[in-house]
Design a binder for this molecule. Structure first.
Ligand code: FAD
Length: 349
């Protein structure tokens, strides 16, 4: 077991930002990440998700993303950028190291990992959401004879050529899947709520409203919800063209799944070979379970970035900060608070 001031868990946008600020403050820390290489969740995004097609990737502190070719896959560009950043900023990233549990060890938090246990004064958790895809449950789901997959397993449209595909979900991922798959397959779009397309430029004011709502939820200990999904669907030229072709005409949510498709309450049905669940992600926090921080509402109560019931733990990239810009802000704020906390503890006899 090794004593250390801070363990950062996860080397995505949030963890690297936190590490950068801890480094500058001279705080002894390590970043544990179980990916095979740099990039956080971006290394797993589907190859056809181009840099120009994402909402926007915020720069890491102190070193901008210089790539200008919007046609390159985000899953290539971002890992390159993060890898260069880790190297240039000399961040103490160890990988692949999986954190299995964070426990209360009295004076310190104990971080159990595939590379041993660290005894830390504080933990900055930045494990994102990608590894916890959310699958809703519908009656008859297990009877479906076709294939079901989640956005997290999507690798592009080719494997669906000539099939009948139902895409479930009202967010930007669902729209991107439909734009691609509709060129090679018969698609049906199903959403819980009518999606809102917007011609308006996304403004910081919209962003603030979405963030404020998610902040309210985490203060109450409720599951955070997605801050990225609260921003509306941009009516890009590609989206407009697809709407004109009838590709983006959503149907309401079906009531049940059958062996060969889905059925609505009014008796309508649709045959399908594939159901693609673009239904979002939940925070990756199972390794924090030994700390017993979950509220009856299902979330962890967080004030700013600090867990209310465990002040030595900060969550970044969680709830209101689960966007690239939010991860930056939260990483900086958490690193500052942790720096104060660690300095104060080190002064104590
Ligand atoms: P991640 O990038 O997920 O990094 C978490 C890291 O933690 C990973 O490297 C993982 O290996 C590691 N990890 C997890 N568990 C463990 C463990 N137990 N032990 C060790 N390591 C662990 N946001 C935007 O602002 N703009 C966009 O355009 C945008 N597009 C998106 C598109 C999709 C399809 C999705 C799913 C999200 C999108 N987001 C977007 C959200 C955004 O990607 C993230 O909120 C942001 O990148 C913050 O990343 P993060 O550091 O919190 O997490």
């Amino acid at each position: 077991m090794e004593d250390i001031d801070v363990v950062v868990i996860g080397a995505g946008q949030a963890g690297l930002t936190g590490s950068y600020h801890l480094q500058r403050a001279g705080i002894d820390h390590v970043v544990l990440d179980h990916g095979d290489g740099p990039g956080g969740a971006w290394r797993h995004r589907w190859p056809s998700l181009r840099l120009g097609g994402v909402h926007g990737i915020h720069d890491l502190p102190g070193s901008p993303l210089r790539e200008t070719d919007g046609a390159r896959p985000a899953a290539e560009v971002v890992p390159e950028y993060f890898g260069r950043y880790e190297y240039e900023q000399e961040l103490p990233v160890l990988r692949p190291v999986k954190v299995d549990a964070v426990r209360d060890g009295g004076e310190r938090l104990l971080v159990d990992s595939s590379a041993g246990t660290w005894a830390a004064r504080a933990v900055l958790n930045a494990t994102g959401t990608w590894e916890n895809p959310f699958w809703p449950h519908y009656p008859g789901q297990s009877s479906f004879a076709g294939r079901q997959l989640h956005t997290a397993d999507y690798h592009g449209p080719e494997e669906f050529r000539g099939r009948r595909v139902i895409v479930v979900g009202g967010g930007i991922s669902a729209v991107e899947h439909l734009l691609e798959i509709a060129d090679v397959a018969e698609t049906t779009w199903v959403t819980r709520r009518p999606p809102e397309f917007t011609d308006a430029e996304f403004t910081p004011v919209d962003g603030r409203a979405a963030v404020a709502e998610v902040e309210r939820r985490v203060r109450l200990g409720l599951p955070p919800g997605s801050v990225v999904s609260a921003t509306g669907l941009p009516n890009t030229p590609a989206v407009q063209a697809a709407r004109e072709r009838g590709v983006l005409n959503p149907l309401p949510m079906f009531e049940r799944i059958t062996a060969d498709g889905v059925e609505w309450a009014d008796g309508r049905s649709q045959r399908a070979d594939v159901i693609l669940w673009a239904t979002g992600f939940r925070p990756v926090i199972a390794h924090l379970a030994p700390l017993h921080l979950r509220e009856p509402g299902g979330g962890i109560r967080v004030a700013g970035t600090r867990a209310v019931a465990e002040p030595r733990l900060h969550l970044v990239g969680y709830g209101p900060s689960a966007s690239t810009i939010g991860a930056n802000r939260a990483g900086r704020a958490a690193a500052r608070e942790i720096t104060e906390f660690v300095r104060e503890r080190s002064r104590k006899p």
